[in-house]
Design a protein around this ligand. Sequence first.
Ligand code: CP
Ligand code: NVA
Length: 300
Amino acid sequence: MNPRHFTSLLDLSSEEFRGLITRAIELKNNRDPDYQPLKGQVLAMIFEKSSTRTRISFDAGMVHFGGSALFLSPRDTQLGRGEPLQDSAKVISSMVDCIMLRTDKHETVTTFAQHSRVPVINGLTDQQHPCQLLADMQTFFEHRGDINGKTVAWIGDGNNMCHSYMHAAMLLDFNLNIACPDGYQPLPAFVKAAGERVRFFNTALAAAKDADLCVTDVWASMGQEEEQKQRERAFKDYQTNAGIMSAAHSDALFMHCLPAHRGEEVTAEVIDGPQSVVFDEAENRLHAQKALLEFLLCNN
Ligand code: CP
Ligand code: NVA
């Protein structure tokens, strides 16, 4: 039987996504050290890009569940010397129980999944960051209840996080207001698929109006460091600041996947202020991914 993969949020049904959120909250609130459903199991974590949260949360999550995680960087494996992805996927999946991959090209993750005999998890690509959305949605549910029918404002780059927010809007039925500068819009295929769940605005202020959640991300993602100056100019009117938050509902939350650049995409006043839940969001990477690992490795 083909394993269940998590290369995109759209690998889940709405019901499964909701189930993972409920389970993540349960795991967070009732930690039982004797519950070790992944005893003896191994997660291979292939990181072609830097990470703090993703690496630590997957590693700690595996240990909590009685298993272990291997950190593999292309510098120390044959992947970095051009061993074909298909061969690597076959070999690695013959020795471990699950593979997590953080890389630039989304196709690298889908190719790995095609050739792997164990579940493959997308730990971020240039196109999508589905694990982060599990944590973000868990955080919203914990603070405000169901997100169904609510309004989320995405302000900034139409990047991997924005694409995964579009998927979450489709699965959990919320409205996503997007404000991105010209030339930095999400990819047309994602816009088309999201249909009426997504609306575009010309200014950050218009997108934030009556929002229940304001979200942003860095202006230059990993791999775009050389575009930093050009992007600072393009994004200067797309900062989430107190003015933007005051256009949203008075109880609106602020989220950011982190790492953040205070003074660029968000002011210190907002990210360190009372509406910000960024550190709950970061912690929830652990709980949400434990729910995901359990779902992929124990339910099938
Ligand atoms: N948000 C996130 O994925 O963080 P890391 O890059 O530290 O893993
Ligand atoms: N958009 C960012 C997210 C980092 C977690 C990046 O890809 O670098």
